[in-house]
Design a protein around this ligand. Structure first.
Ligand code: IPD
Length: 275
């Protein structure tokens, strides 16, 4: 297994040390400051508490980025978006997997992607309750970080779709969920099994580290996939995305041996269409 000190890895891109710093700090903040007993609040309150944590996380990340790089652009889930003049754009999900966070399920994360002139160069995903983080740097590989050590990762060498463990997610609108379930109904007999982590950014990290073989979802946003795409591509997966005004972005990512088969099946099932 190839390893390197985290400090050495962080030199591989001019934005990586900052991306790591903000994702790591926001993840620690969300883990350490998570209000206790969220489940005993009244029905509407816990969501508000989570929304407040989500916003505080984004404010912290954006403030730190702009202190160092005031000319960069920002796309943030919680509304901090601004255009920049440097050609560098930071694409941030300050808390992905909010429902998991609310329920105390450990699969939630902080995602920071960096685009340079429109190309995804850097992705950092922190998953603090799982005690690991992930880094992808274009041309320099995908890495899992535990403590101060970076371990190079790659996806599983799956050979056929019927052996593949596939993850997906569902939107929040009932009609979209139903159409997504009908796609899954057409797929599930042709794969090993399905997983639903409840956090798109975790799905990317699990594909990159060989815990699943593929991930697809319709209706996700740039902050859900900007960092994740860099990480899975650097881990050897192939990716396909398409966007439409009605559906948002559909992403399919899989290891190369099963990629064409999976994309063909999902397209035949209308994965990118519907409410
Ligand atoms: C959601 C999660 C979920 C995915 C949704 C996302 P949120 O993000 O990543 O797994 O299925 O598409 O919107 O709402 O928890 O930040």
């Amino acid at each position: 297994m190839e390893t390197m000190p985290l400090d050495v890895l962080l030199e591989k891109h001019e934005c990586l040390r900052l991306a790591w710093g903000v994702a790591d700090a926001a993840g620690a903040f969300l883990r350490d400051e998570r209000p206790g007993e969220l489940e005993v609040f009244s029905k509407s309150t816990p969501t508000d508490v989570v929304t407040a944590m989500d916003r505080a996380s984004e404010e912290m990340i954006v403030r730190r980025i702009l202190e160092t790089r005031p000319d960069d652009g920002i796309i943030g889930e919680e509304g901090s978006s601004r255009s920049g003049s440097s050609g560098v754009t930071w694409i941030i999900d300050p808390l992905d997997g909010t429902v998991n966070y609310l329920f105390g399920i450990p699969t939630w994360g902080v995602s920071v992607g960096v685009h340079v002139e429109g190309i995804g160069d850097v992705g950092v995903i922190a998953t603090p309750d799982l005690c690991e983080s992930y880094v992808g740097v274009r041309g320099h590989g995908a890495w899992r970080i535990r403590g101060d050590v970076a371990e190079r990762i790659s996806g599983r060498p799956t050979s056929s779709l019927d052996q593949a463990l596939v993850s997906t997610g569902f939107g929040y609108a009932p009609d979209r969920r139903l159409s997504q379930v009908s796609v899954l109904e057409g797929l599930i007999a042709h794969i090993r099994d399905i997983r639903r982590t409840g956090c798109a950014t975790i799905d990317f990290t699990w594909l990159a580290s060989g815990r699943i073989d593929a991930y697809y979802e319709r209706g996700i946003h740039p902050w859900d996939y900007a960092a994740g795409l860099v990480i899975v591509e650097e881990a050897g997966a192939r990716t396909w995305t398409t966007s439409s005004p009605d559906s948002g972005t559909t992403v399919v990512c899989a290891m190369p041996a099963i990629f064409d088969d999976l994309v063909a099946r999902l397209l035949a099932l209308g994965v990118e269409r519907g409410p």
